[in-house]
Ligand binder design. Sequence first.
Ligand code: NAP
Length: 281
Amino acid sequence: MNTMDCVKVRDSILNTLSLDFKKLNFVPTLAVVVVGDDNAGKVYLNSIKKTAKKLGVDVITYIYPVNILEEDLIKNIQILNNDNNITSILIEMPLPNHINYSNISLAIAKEKDVDCIHPENIGLLLMNENKFTPCTPKSILSILDHYEIPLDGKHCVLIGRSNIIGKPLTSMLLERNATITICHSKTIDIGNTTNKGDILISAVGIPNFVTKDMVKDDAIVIDVGINRDKFNKVCGDVDFINVKDKCSHITSVPKGVGCITVTMLMKNVLTSCVIKGETNE
Ligand code: NAP
């Protein structure tokens, strides 16, 4: 078993990225839109601010009350779209239930959409013509690439089909010639599917969901989940202690996929700056 060192993966990407940011002749500004007062959201925001500071990216946070009307949120996003000083926009998810995800994703200027949620950006991803790439799927691929794990012809089993992880990741893995099976909450006898995967990627959100019997011998296991166990400790979806000796490679939680996600967000911030540079030429 080899626990993959995601901190090392992140630092190597960050080093290259920092050189790319130095080449810009303006200061990038990322607007982070937060609705409500969610604890996980605060942790994510702090992590964004920390990485942004290292790269010389300004972050402006716009915090709105949890009961903000959808139309008012859209008006505020449009102001950011039209503000020439804002290069990049991130809307923290999840949004409250009364706000429609599709309407918000459509409202963001597609050239500032660093979370890659605008339908046109997602469509371009499906055609492999995208400029922005969803951050968590991109982090997963960066780990596999760092460890030189080939995807061509491999059977990848994903658990989870969310708009931000499972769906875009499927498209990205297909582009790399993997064969993909997607499991979700309605999948029957899930273990009998997951234990066929050469590469098993779990993005469910339930501690200890993936048990040893669900994993193929010598599989590569990527744990995307960020959860709290009964002792309030951060943990993933995988029963790490019991699964680790069955697989050839595994990611841990914490210090797993999650530690790379913000770096991938900053890669998209750089992309939005390049687009701005091209537009102003
Ligand atoms: P989500 O939107 O709630 O999606 C969860 C997925 O898991 C859904 O597709 C759901 O199926 C499936 N699922 C739920 N219960 C299941 C069960 N009993 N059996 C099989 N499938 C089941 O969550 P998300 O936003 O994708 O996030 C998933 C996890 O990743 C969370 O722990 C989150 O904190 C973490 N996360 C990590 C990162 C990172 O950077 N590492 C980034 C974002 C999120 P249905 O579609 O049928 O409901």
